[in-house]
Design a protein around this ligand. Structure first.
Ligand SMILES: [Cu+2]
Length: 378
């Protein structure tokens, strides 16, 4: 063997026994791109208790359980609402089917997903009868993509996204910088909400809100989902005030009958007269009406729960899982804390088989139906 061959032999051997250069040790992080979503505000009917069963108690649904001091009343569970719905393209003719793993989203808009470094583009069509918008939390936006009208020194022509009239379309552009992605103490993904903000309270009570999930680039699959999570769930704890919806006049009975339903005889009985048209929901489901099939997990799965709340008085919640525990910011718990429009992430690896309660631990929220069930299978 020549001296020169001897000198390069170790390198040759290393090459011969090294894994091929193209063998990936991890799936490569996806390259940055623009992710376009076609989102419409549609007026649709939503039933808070499809099937009419109180799945928690195991008997037909009765709306009066919380209002024990008031005489039993029949209050409709069905309301005309304005919801964000996803379409396949800019023609807004074909609804994008919601995949089974997101069936639990209920009345929420679709999950908008992106990876740090991407740009989100939301083509928003207002199919409803008054102006609405899409206001995102967390991601970067200029004034034309903020979706919230207020006095900010910007001309109306340069902030047309603040209030999109009926039948109009607006394109929101939201870059996703590092500060919109996971922070030092976060896991591989974070959640932000998006909602209409022309009249924040009435728009949200009408139904216009949803969730965005942003994944760290080094932890993202090609579809943008976090590669160390097997199952993602979004759960919004919302006390929906139907009397504050823009569609209240067509949903609610006449003022006379509302008065009949809400006697306010004295301050001491105020709790008993709490408005009848408030729905205590998780994703628009109340008293266990979220189908169990939509919240079915497997033992050992790495499950990420993205929790958020809504904007009304008393929209402070204590999501509690029976049967399994979670990690929130690295700390073990089975009760999360949500303040108004709060967002929290809990990671669970279920080890306990069976059907389990998932409910708000605020006593009157729980009593009024803010509860669903989840199933852990082998
Ligand atoms: Cu609650």
């Amino acid at each position: 063997m020549t001296r020169s061959l001897r000198s390069i032999l170790p390198a040759l051997l290393a090459l011969a026994f090294a894994p091929p250069a193209w063998t990936p040790t991890h799936a490569p992080a996806p390259t940055a791109r623009t992710r376009t979503y076609y989102l419409a505000a549609d007026e649709v009917t939503w039933d808070y208790v499809p099937g009419g069963q109180d799945a928690i108690a195991g008997h037909p649904y009765v709306d009066s359980a919380f209002f024990a001091k008031a005489p039993p009343q029949v209050v409709s569970t069905t309301y005309h609402k304005v919801l964000y719905r996803e379409y396949t393209d800019s023609s807004f003719t074909t609804l994008k089917p919601r995949p089974p793993e997101w069936a639990h989203l209920g009345f929420l808009g679709p999950v908008i997903r992106a990876v740090v470094g991407d740009t989100i583009r939301v083509v928003f069509r207002n199919n409803a009868h008054r102006p609405y918008s899409v206001h995102p939390h967390g991601v970067f936006y200029d004034k034309n993509s903020e979706g919230a009208p207020y006095s900010d020194g910007v001309s109306a022509a340069n902030k047309t996204g603040d209030s999109v009239p009926p039948a109009a379309t607006h394109v929101y552009v939201w870059p996703v910088p590092a500060r919109a992605g996971p922070g030092p103490m976060d896991g591989s993904s974070v959640m932000w909400m998006y909602h209409s903000h022309v009249d924040e309270v009435r728009d949200i009570n009408s139904g216009l809100f949803g969730a965005m999930i942003i994944t760290a680039r080094s932890k993202a699959r090609t579809d943008g989902s976090p590669n160390d999570v097997d199952r993602e769930i979004v759960a919004t704890f919302a006390q929906v005030h139907e009397e504050d919806s823009w569609l209240a006049s067509e949903n609610l009975p006449s003022p006379d009958s509302i008065q009949h339903l809400q006697p306010i005889p004295s301050p001491s009985e105020r709790q008993a007269s709490y408005p009848w048209f408030v729905k205590f929901t998780i994703n628009g489901f109340t008293r266990g009406s979220m189908p169990l099939s939509s919240l079915t997990l497997r033992r050992g799965q790495r499950v990420r729960w993205y929790l958020m709340s809504s904007t009304n008085d008393f929209d402070v919640h204590a999501p509690h899982w029976h049967g399994n525990t979670t990690l929130i910011a690295g700390m073990r718990t089975d009760v999360a804390v949500l303040s108004f429009m709060g967002m929290t992430i809990a990671d669970m690896q279920p080890d306990n088989l069976g059907t389990w309660l998932f409910h708000c631990h605020v006593s009157f929220h729980n009593a009024a139906g803010m509860a669903v069930r989840y199933l852990v299978t082998p």
